[in-house]
Every structure is written in structure tokens, then in C-alpha cells.
Design a protein around this ligand. Structure first.
Ligand code: BTN
Length: 322
């Protein structure tokens, strides 16, 4: 689907004729018709009337860049949409190995090998989520990569606020939560040698339009639809995520951790609370006192302050998930 045709359709208040579209864009009427057909096949609703032309009633609920692009002025040239993929993070890494430049984004409708933190699986029913990965080639030291976890979580929270009007929190390092349940998970992966980062892939999956969750996870998982009481426009959300996450990544790259930590603290769902930190072999508990320069978690344990690294531990509340 050509985005310039979409733009004419979305800009025109009422009907726009095939002739006008073809004249304005210098393409044949047949090409216009072919594109309208594609739009309908994707699930868009277009009214067609003899002598009046076409009227776009609604866009498809598919995260192709041309549709997401209707809600952002950002050029969507480096956004790749995949109907189905093992994992958007894995796709981003494959493309990175092939030389894809930093800044590329991979969005999927379905994942059949979705990955979570600490080797867990990430399951998501097709069409209900927004899943995307950012490929970055930042000039940073490997120890700084966790900052992208922090930055991504902030971007997601801002995007949710913009589109849904609700203020979600962040459970360190980067689970986005609402009312004690998880809305979005983020997985940041990196390829580097001892002192140079080759690339970072930061992938996020949000529960958007799920009406309910299986009993085993219903106590700790929620969706934007459950929390707002209405279906959420995934196109708007995806566009807001791209804008907000890129904005915070840029803030971090230009001005460092100091530029994003104040907001991260404000949005934290655990700062000042008692937490349990689950390591592979040991469990610690104490009060969350803050976060260090590299995005580590500072906990006041009985035997003193400890700093935990995001790659090694999970955090729980004393009585449950948060
Ligand atoms: C977690 O909460 O453990 C992290 C979940 C991250 C899921 C997203 S979905 C898009 C991207 N692709 C993946 O395979 N994982 C991330």
C-alpha cells in the first residue's frame, strides 16, 4: 500500500475520486484501485461510491509501517513489518549481522519464538499485542548497555500515557506495570567485545487488546484494554512508542543517564518499597533505595547496601509480583 495514497485518503474529509488521486500522484487509476484493494484486504474499511470516489472509514488493525505512519511524521523507511517471525529481537540481530544500520525497527504481528528476560519465553496471541525491536549501534561501553532498558521503559510509559491517558509504573529494570500487574516486558540484548559495543537490540512486547489472561498468570498480567475498559488503537500506540522511545534514547545518548533518571525514579513502582531480589542461587530482601549510574538496583539489605545487575536477578514485591 502506497503511503501517499493513504495520506490523501486520511487527509480528505469526505470522498476523494480515483481520478483526483491518480492526477495528484501521477499514477494510473488501475494503480489507485490496486492499492485500495490491498487496503481492504488488510482489513481497512473503504466506502466506494460511483461519481464520488473513495472514503476511508477505518485503517486496518495491522502494524505495517504505512498504517502506523498515519500517526507520526517520522519517516517509516527503516521500519520493517513481519507477519510472523521467531522473535523481533532475533530478526534485528540477524539484520545487524548483515550490516543493517542503527535506528532500524522490526515490528511483528506474531512471534513463534518470543523471548523474555532470563531465558524465559514470551507468549502472545496474534493481533492483541504490540511487539517491536529497535536496533542500535551506540558508541558506548558494554557496561552502559543496561541504560537502554531504563530508557526503553520510560519511552513505553510515556507512549501509554499519550495514547491511553493512564500513568503506568516501572518495576525495575523494565517491566511496565499497572495496578500491580504487568503490561509490557522489555528484553535488551547486546553484542560486544570487552570494550566496544557492536550493537544493542531492545525489544518490547505490550499486552494491548487481550480481554483476559489464562488463570495461571491472571494475577500478574494485564492489558491496556483491561485497564482502560476499551480497545486500544494499536497503530496509534505503535507510533507513539516509536516516537517516545527514540526521544528518550536520544536524551540518553546526548546527555547521559542523569537526563533520564529523575523521571525513571518518579515512574518507579518499587522505589522506597520492600522488595525481594531473586538471584540464581540466593534470595535477598530489603528496601529499594534507588538506581545507580549503570542502571543497577540499590537495595538496603539487613547487612548493608547491595547493588544488583539487571542481567542476573528478578525482583518481586513482598506479597506478590510488584
Ligand atoms: C520480559 O518481560 O521478560 C521481556 C519480554 C520481551 C518481549 C519482547 S516482544 C518483542 C521482542 N521480541 C522478543 O522475542 N522479545 C521481545
Amino acid at each position: 500500500m502506497r503511503s501517499d495514497i493513504l495520506k490523501l485518503l486520511t487527509d480528505s474529509k469526505g470522498y476523494i475520486s480515483g481520478e483526483e488521486i491518480s492526477g495528484k500522484l501521477g499514477i494510473s487509476r488501475a494503480a489507485v484501485w490496486k492499492n485500495i484493494k490491498q487496503l481492504k484486504e488488510d482489513g481497512g474499511v473503504v466506502e466506494a461510491q460511483t461519481n464520488r470516489g473513495y472514503r476511508l472509514v477505518s485503517l486496518p488493525d495491522i502494524l505495517k509501517p504505512e498504517y502506523v505512519g498515519c500517526y507520526t511524521a517520522r519517516d517509516m523507511g527503516n521500519v520493517t513489518w513481519l507477519q510472523s517471525v521467531d522473535s523481533t529481537n532475533d530478526e534485528a540481530k540477524r539484520q545487524a549481522r548483515e550490516g543493517e544500520p542503527g535506528g532500524a525497527i522490526f515490528v511483528a504481528e506474531t512471534q513463534f519464538g518470543g523471548k523474555g528476560r532470563l531465558g524465559r519465553k514470551w507468549e502472545s496471541a496474534p493481533g492483541d499485542s504490540v511487539m517491536l525491536s529497535f536496533l542500535l549501534r551506540p558508541d558506548i561501553r558494554p557496561q552502559q548497555a543496561p541504560a537502554f532498558n531504563i530508557a526503553a521503559a520510560l519511552g513505553i510509559v510515556r507512549g501509554i500515557e499519550r495514547v491511553c491517558g493512564i500513568s503506568a509504573g516501572i518495576k525495575w529494570p523494565n517491566d511496565v506495570v499497572y495496578d500491580g500487574k504487568k503490561l509490557c516486558g522489555i528484553l535488551t540484548e547486546m553484542t560486544s567485545d570487552m570494550d566496544t559495543v557492536e550493537y544493542v537490540v531492545c525489544g518490547m512486547g505490550t499486552n494491548v487488546n487481550q480481554a483476559s489472561f489464562p488463570e495461571e498468570i491472571a494475577h500478574k498480567a494485564t492489558s491496556l484494554r483491561i485497564e482502560t475498559g476499551e480497545r486500544v488503537d494499536r497503530l496509534r500506540l505503535c507510533a507513539a512508542y516509536i516516537e517516545c522511545v527514540e526521544e528518550i534514547f536520544a536524551m540518553y545518548m546526548e546527555r547521559g543517564m542523569g537526563a533520564i533518571m529523575a523521571e525513571y525514579r518518579e515512574r518507579s513502582a518499587i522505589l522506597g518499597s520492600e522488595v525481594r531480589v531473586l538471584g540464581l542461587k540466593q534470595e535477598y530482601s530489603g528496601i529499594c533505595r534507588g538506581f545507580d549510574e549503570d542502571g543497577g538496583l540499590i537495595v538496603e539489605c539487613e547487612d548493608g547496601r547491595r547493588v544488583f545487575n539487571a542481567g542476573e536477578v528478578s525482583v518481586r514485591g513482598v506479597n506478590g509480583y510488584v
